[in-house]
Design a protein around this ligand. Structure first.
Ligand SMILES: NC(=O)C1=CN([C@@H]2O[C@H](COP(=O)(O)OP(=O)(O)OC[C@H]3O[C@@H](n4cnc5c(N)ncnc54)[C@H](OP(=O)(O)O)[C@@H]3O)[C@@H](O)[C@H]2O)C=CC1
Ligand SMILES: O=C(O)C1=NCCCC1
Length: 344
């Protein structure tokens, strides 16, 4: 630890998962969401904290609240679902959050996927602040395969370019398997999520090399240099950059949302989300020929373990989830007290 960047370990507290959901629900209602929206966001945010996905748990609450206070997002919006075609559902989120829009469309989307074998959900006029795995995991728990993409705000320099253009543009995938939790991965197409850079800056920690550049385009491990005029890099050079480009096309061009670069923060003080889009593809694998998909995915996992793999994507989350459900969710004490203030 360097003398210039002391790492302060904050005190923590334990809170039961349902108590955390209840507390977050009260915070959201108090700050202008409808009870329906509050219930969805509270569960989403508490689930991230429960699973140790800290960059998209309680850490995000100040951003939610300042965005609600700015009027940039409508916390009481009622999503409008349109049955576009046999395999296509569109939702106008009404300038509300993306998760209630997904909830509003879920039943129709699943019915279409089960009848046609595949269905696509395009959400626009929406805000997505969160982790993506809660959006896809429930489909796989019901035996379906799901893929989701969402673009975010400009902070990533495309491979070979001179200035930031893409968002951190995550991709999440979930598939059922015969024995055990669904296979789920959820990753930013940037070398690191923006939220993790903010957390590192707050804790006075350095970033690993290769994550970002400073305002002069020079490589840096200083999170503040990345946040203040610098930018992030895609993961895996041209490969992550191509995936990020794909996310812009699917999540924005196909849904009617903004590209990550089409949002001017200066016009919306307090806003923390851009006005982008979200795309979800749901597949019913029972429609494929041959052996059960869940058996095939189980066989893949078996072979990966036989090849020496010790950790599947999602394993860490599930371990953290089990511990949180048994012992309580570990939260920063100061953040917990702040939530209690905000709830009253
Ligand atoms: N809404 C938005 O606009 C945005 C949201 N995000 C969110 O930020 C979150 C964090 O993204 P990111 O930092 O890229 O995620 P990570 O790099 O931490 O993890 C990405 C995936 O890889 C898995 N994984 C990590 N390390 C290993 C390993 N050693 N072996 C096997 N699997 C591993 C993770 O599983 P596990 O979880 O079990 O560790 C996870 O599924 C995501 O939830 C994403 O949706 C990011 C950008 C924008
Ligand atoms: O961590 C990130 O990167 C983001 N998370 C939520 C919304 C914008 C980007």
């Amino acid at each position: 630890m360097s003398a210039q960047s002391p790492i302060v370990e904050n005190a923590t507290a334990l809170i039961g998962f349902n108590d955390l959901v209840g507390l977050l629900y009260a915070v959201f209602v108090k700050h202008g969401t409808s009870p329906q929206v509050a219930a969805i966001l509270a569960r989403n945010c508490a689930s991230a904290e429960r699973d140790g996905a800290h960059s998209h748990g309680i850490f995000r609450i100040p951003g939610y609240l300042s965005t609600l206070a700015s009027g940039w997002v409508d916390g009481k919006a009622t999503p409008v679902v349109t049955d576009v075609a046999s395999g296509f559902v569109r939702v106008d989120a009404g300038n509300g959050f993306a998760q209630p829009a997904l909830e509003a469309a879920r039943a129709l989307l699943v019915a279409k996927a089960r009848s046609a074998g595949i269905a696509l959900l395009a959400i626009h006029n929406s805000h997505h602040f969160a982790a993506l795995w809660p959006d896809v995991e429930p489909f796989a728990e019901d035996g379906l395969v799901a893929l989701s993409v969402v673009n975010s705000m400009t902070c990533v320099v495309p491979h070979g370019a001179d200035r930031p253009l893409f968002g951190t543009n995550p991709i999440a995938f979930a598939a059922p398997r015969a024995d055990g939790a669904p296979i789920v991965f959820d990753l930013a197409t940037s070398a690191i999520a923006h939220g993790d850079v903010q957390i590192a800056a707050r804790k006075g920690e350095r970033l690993p090399p290769g994550m970002g550049v400073d305002s002069l385009g020079q490589p840096t491990t200083d999170p503040k240099a990345v946040l203040e005029g610098g930018a992030l890099l895609p993961f895996g050079g041209h490969k992550g950059s191509a995936l990020s480009m794909m996310v812009e096309l699917l999540a924005a061009a196909l849904t009617g949302g903004n590209f990550s670069f089409e949002f001017n923060w200066a016009d919306h003080p307090g806003a923390r989300t851009p006005w982008t889009g979200q795309l979800l593809i749901v597949i019913d694998p029972s429609k494929t020929a041959g052996q059960s998909f869940a058996e095939r995915s189980q066989e893949l996992v078996r072979q990966m373990h036989a090849a020496g793999l010790r950790r599947l994507p999602g394993d860490r989350r599930h371990r953290t989830r089990a511990k949180s459900m048994e012992e309580g969710v570990v939260v920063d004490l100061e953040a917990l007290n702040q939530l209690r203030d905000w709830a009253t």
